[in-house]
Design a protein around this ligand. Structure first.
Ligand code: IP8
Length: 253
């Protein structure tokens, strides 16, 4: 049987508690998702996760989204430490469920220019997948040839991976059911044309990567390269993994 290669993004707001300013990992959610992944033989997943309360507050405090200057160098270490700690928790949850996984840290492997990734050697990720080990990547602070440093979101990483590796499906588990229309109904399908007229509300104020609007912009860029993605509520992860309707929003070319 040919296994399906899937990128699953776990939104920072689903794997952490963003209600307080402090880093709080949502372990029950991580354990549930790890259990879902461990029970699916026909899938080869790549996991990407966001930062939530373990990285966004630090990135904002040190204004790393605006670049590096003589005042915020310590922010590189502090922000990276926060997301790496979260990454360690995600990897541990997977391994505790019997899923072999290892963390990949963008700061170590990526270069950006004015906030956009310009290089990332995907070969180690490809070899991990081929050898049955799940790579777990995350949004991170990345060194930037234009502005010193920047914040690369997990969504931008998905685009990069999908552009440089063979992937069958891409799904983003979030704390909302999808993109909503003004009446509060999930818009089941968006593309570049229909997205132009959408009013998309941002998420919390600590989100330095643009919240839902940033996410949709990134997925539309991905769609322009011919790759579609699905955004759905975290409670529908099993539907996504099994290829059933997940009630969310499909972003397509
Ligand atoms: O939560 C942001 O990644 P995202 C990464 O996917 C940092 O937007 C370090 C704030």
């Amino acid at each position: 049987m040919n296994k399906e290669r899937i990128i699953l993004k776990l939104g920072g707001s689903v794997i952490t508690d963003k209600s307080s300013g402090d880093c709080r990992v949502n372990r029950p959610v991580l354990e549930r998702i790890a259990g879902e992944l461990s029970s699916r033989e026909g899938i080869v997943p790549l996991i990407v996760h966001g930062a939530g309360s373990c990285g966004h507050p630090e990135a904002k405090e040190h204004h790393l989204d605006k670049g590096l200057d003589h005042t915020n160098k310590a922010g590189v270490f502090i922000t990276h430490r926060a997301v790496c700690n979260l990454n360690y928790e995600v990897v541990n949850a997977l391994r505790a469920s019997g899923v072999e996984a290892v963390g990949i840290h963008p700061l170590d492997a990526c270069t950006a220019k004015n906030g956009r990734l310009i290089s990332f050697d995907c070969k180690p990720v490809e070899l991990l997948v081929q050898n049955g080990i799940i790579p777990v990547l995350h949004g991170d602070v990345v060194m930037d040839v234009g502005q010193g440093a920047c914040i690369v979101s997990g969504d931008q990483l998905i685009s990069f991976l999908a552009g440089n590796m063979a992937v069958d499906r891409i799904g983003l588990a979030t704390d909302v059911a999808g993109v909503f229309d003004p009446d509060g109904n999930v818009i089941r399908h968006i593309n570049k044309r229909s997205a132009g007229s959408l009013e998309i509300r941002g998420s919390g104020s600590t989100d330095v990567t643009g919240g839902m609007r940033g996410k949709i912009n990134e997925l539309l860029l991905l769609a322009e390269t011919g790759v579609e993605s699905e955004l759905f509520h975290v409670s529908r992860v099993s539907d996504f993994l099994d290829g059933r309707d997940n009630g969310g929003t499909l972003v397509s070319p």
